[in-house]
Design a protein around this ligand. Structure first.
Ligand code: SAM
Length: 413
């Protein structure tokens, strides 16, 4: 918009106010607004140090790398955290539980990639985070005021009494610990969980084995169900101790070994971005024995995918929203997607557009060839403000990808 047009828009807006109210005080208000440059006629700018729907600062590059290596950009940190928080909530929903907890622990919280999204919508829940990284805990204490943070040692115990939490989750933590650490932590998480509590953990499942392991390593994984590989030979990953490497789990292993600690409710392949999402319950007993113990768990084979447009923090001023991205199921098959804005279904589509770039990134999966989608959604009934767009497969509600965007109207603030 050029300056001439902007000027006339300000004039027109001022005249509208004058006609509507016609008072001297409004004239004073308008001139005060002009003096303070408070008109929102220009496209609003999102402050660079905050994020739509998550008004907390972005961690330093060092902390971002500590949780995700050199590829962890602020945008990926935000979008993946937003998606993971919704995957946790919907994963619980599929497992038959609502997100109505009194006390939640994010074990291995890092720099709060997931936790930062959980205070919205407003809740009375008490949130806690722990991590071995002193830098991450200090950053969280300073920047995430709605939760309490503690540093824990590489091995248990945690600084909490028995039965403290009714939800504990650990995203991409057991993906780095050897078996001795893993069993020690499964026992400890069981100690600090209340009877009937939900425990959610993620693993590097089959897709990681296929993409990142040699044939020999993959065979070892398939045989034992678990593989701990030295990702970094000398020293640790970005300031973390040298025990912190990379592990892979099969579903069978999780079922057999983790099933000794907790009751499995849901195993969602690729349910935590590319990682597998496992929702479990700590057994609850009454006089008659174990309560509500399900005989089998829900198994889902979800697509992986990503919303590329709109991008995080996009401010949309039109009546329509263009949505573009990709999704495919590594095991193949056609994908029907549902699109939601603020949990209201706004459209559905079949994924079938050619995406040679995605096929190049995932050469072992033929289904990646036709993984593209794009569509346009009418958004003229949306209020101005922040909204969340998510995509999920029509057959279940666990989102594949989520993104925040903002709508605005040409009006005076
Ligand atoms: C890949 S990062 C994931 C961080 C966070 N959960 C997320 O999803 O962004 C793994 C985290 O686990 C933490 N960690 C590793 N071993 C741990 C342990 N024994 N107890 C608690 N946290 C641990 C690391 O410091 C790191 O922050």
């Amino acid at each position: 918009m050029n300056w001439g047009k902007k000027f006339w828009k300000v004039c027109a807006a001022s005249i509208r106010i004058l006609f509507r109210e016609g008072t001297r005080s409004y004239l004073r208000q308008v001139s005060e607004k002009i003096r303070r440059r408070e008109f929102t006629i220009l496209e609003p700018k999102v402050p660079s140090n905050s994020v739509l729907g998550s008004p907390f600062p972005i961690p330093s590059d060092f902390l971002l790398r500590q949780i995700g290596g050199p590829g962890m950009t602020p945008e990926i940190y935000l979008q993946s955290g937003c998606t993971l928080s919704h995957q946790i909530k919907q994963g619980m929903h599929v497992a038959g539980r609502d997100f109505d907890f009194k006390s939640v622990l994010d074990w291995g919280c890092g720099c709060a990639r997931v936790l930062r999204w959980l205070c919205w919508p407003k809740t009375k829940c008490r949130f806690y985070g722990t991590d071995i990284s002193q830098e991450a805990v200090e950053w969280c204490r300073k920047n995430i005021p709605f939760a309490k943070f503690e540093r824990n040692n590489p091995l248990p115990p945690l600084p909490f009494p028995d039965g403290s939490f009714d939800l504990i989750y650990g995203i991409s933590v057991l993906t780095h610990l050897d078996e001795a650490f893993q069993f020690a932590w499964l026992k400890e998480l069981g100690r600090v969980a209340k009877p009937g509590a939900i425990i959610i953990l993620s693993t590097h499942g089959d897709i990681f084995g296929q993409l990142f392991l040699s044939r020999l390593e993959y065979e070892r994984l398939s045989k034992k169900g678990f593989l701990y590989t030295k990702a970094v030979e000398k020293g640790g990953v970005h300031g973390l101790p040298s025990f912190y490497q990379t592990t892979f789990h099969t579903r069978q292993y999780v079922e057999n070994k983790w099933g000794k600690f907790f009751t499995l409710l849901l195993y969602a392949e690729h349910g935590a971005k590319h990682q597998d999402l496992i929702v479990m319950e700590k057994a609850k007993f009454d006089k008659t024995g174990m309560v509500g113990h399900p005989k089998s768990y829900v198994h889902l084979d979800l697509p992986i995918g990503h919303i590329e447009d709109p991008r995080l923090n996009t401010v949309v001023s039109t009546q329509q929203l263009s949505v573009r991205g990709w999704a495919f199921r590594p095991s193949g098959g056609t994908i029907q997607l549902d699109l939601f804005i603020d949990e209201r279904k706004v459209g559905s589509l079949t994924v079938d557009a050619n995406r040679s770039d995605i096929a190049q990134n995932y050469p072992t999966y033929p289904s990646a060839n036709c993984s593209g989608f794009s569509t346009t959604i009418q958004i003229n009934d949306l209020n101005a403000g922040i909204h969340i767009l998510s995509i999920s497969e029509t057959s279940n509600s666990i989102p594949i990808s989520c993104i925040h965007f903002q709508t605005w109207t040409e009006s005076l603030r």
